[in-house]
Design a protein around this ligand. Structure first.
Ligand SMILES: *Cc1c(COP(=O)(O)O)cnc(C)c1O
Length: 362
């Protein structure tokens, strides 16, 4: 059995958590503060605010920009549902723009969706790749829009020497169990804006700066000291993990790029992809398609992922809310996408085995 994901902790993470447990301080202590400081420094951002998960990072980011009912936020229909749910939580309206063949929002099509109500663009750096941020920043600047980057799959990815998540006004990260670095559950907001940092720190803790004094309606969206202890150790390993993922992806590319039925990942020259997922497209055809392949994988014990089987605009939740629209590329890629195991624990031998297996099955 070759799994699609692998959680990798050593005695370093164990010791770090035990140290916190023995300290008696489990929440709102110095470990969270230290993790925030390290994360901001790694990202090259002025500030970082640790929160309970990536979904609430996005939620707080929208609140911090004052986005609410009557406002529109432009985003992608091809992501994990949290990217859109955060917009719905604050009462704003998600406006979808179809994706390109690289799975990202088609930056060239954003402008035609801008209205008087548009307040922000929420691009998602999917699978560890980075969106075309030059175009997105240019559109945002010309229309006075904010940019919230969903970098929940792109820890350490680089676009023209800047880290994904540090390019827009706010970057949001997740440390869920399957991400390139993990704290089990966890999230982070990064920004260069002091006011956003101050707001986010208060919003995650019932709208207060000082305990039991509450300035506005906030939440309990805090990260624990145990999570932060894991995060500090995982952050120190992130570049090494990502380098191995990139090597694995390069090996897959070498083995798979000659196959006419497949399309290997499309990566811009100015991007350093961190391969949260290694996602290929299996072209739609009557026979020997994605279905053939996953059936064979199931039989052979090869793990795979389908991210995502249903684009967001076609999720029942959105249909019930009256969302309609045609996003043909998002729909096509949801039928073609197939993610192969690329995590650091897989071996080159296993990659070779999987590639050969695919060639035979197709
Ligand atoms: C994981 C993820 C999230 C949400 O993060 P959680 O920590 O699971 O709440 C948001 N957006 C994307 C693209 C993700 O992959």
């Amino acid at each position: 059995m070759i799994p699609i994901t692998h959680v990798s902790f050593t005695h370093e993470e164990e010791q770090a958590v035990v140290k916190v447990l023995r300290s008696g301080q489990l929440a709102q202590g110095e470990t969270v503060a230290a993790f925030e400081k390290q994360f901001a420094s790694y990202m090259g951002s002025g500030y970082a605010v640790a929160v309970a998960n990536g979904t609430v990072a996005l939620h707080i980011a929208l609140l911090a920009l004052g986005i609410g009912p009557g406002d529109e936020v432009i985003t992608t229909p091809y992501s994990f549902i949290a990217s859109t749910n955060a917009i719905l939580y604050v009462g704003a309206t998600p406006v979808f723009v179809d994706i390109g063949k690289d799975f990202h929002i088609d930056a060239g099509k954003i402008e035609e969706k801008i209205t008087k109500r548009t307040k922000a663009i929420l691009p998602v750096h999917l699978f560890g790749n980075v969106c075309d941020m030059d175009i997105i920043r240019d559109v945002a600047r010309r229309h006075d829009l904010k940019i919230i980057e969903d970098a929940c799959q792109a820890h350490g990815a680089i676009y023209k020497s800047k880290k994904a998540g540090s390019i827009g006004d706010i970057g949001c990260f997740s440390f869920y169990a399957t991400k390139n670095m993990t704290t089990g559950e966890g999230g982070m907001i990064v920004t260069d804006d002091k006011d956003i940092n101050d707001y986010a720190k208060m919003a995650r803790s019932h709208g207060g700066r000082v305990r039991y004094y509450h300035d506005f309606l906030g939440y309990n969206m805090r990260m624990t000291e145990m999570q932060a202890a894991l995060g500090l150790v995982q952050l120190a390993k992130l570049d090494r993990f990502n380098k191995i993922r990139r090597e694995h992806a390069a090996y897959y590319n070498e083995l798979l790029s000659d196959m006419p039925q497949l399309v290997t990942p499309v990566v811009a020259g100015c991007v350093q992809h961190v391969y949260h997922q290694y996602t290929i497209r299996v072209r739609e055809q009557k026979e020997k398609n994605r279905q053939t392949l996953i059936h064979a994988f199931d039989g052979a014990g090869i793990g795979y992922g389908i991210y995502y089987p249903v684009p967001i605009h076609q999720q029942k939740e959105l249909l019930v809310r009256g969302f309609r629209g045609n996003f043909p590329i998002a729909e096509q890629l949801s039928r073609e996408a197939l993610s192969l195991p690329v995590h650091p624990k897989i071996t080159k031998k296993q990659i070779h085995f999987i590639a050969e297996f695919i060639e035979k099955a197709l």
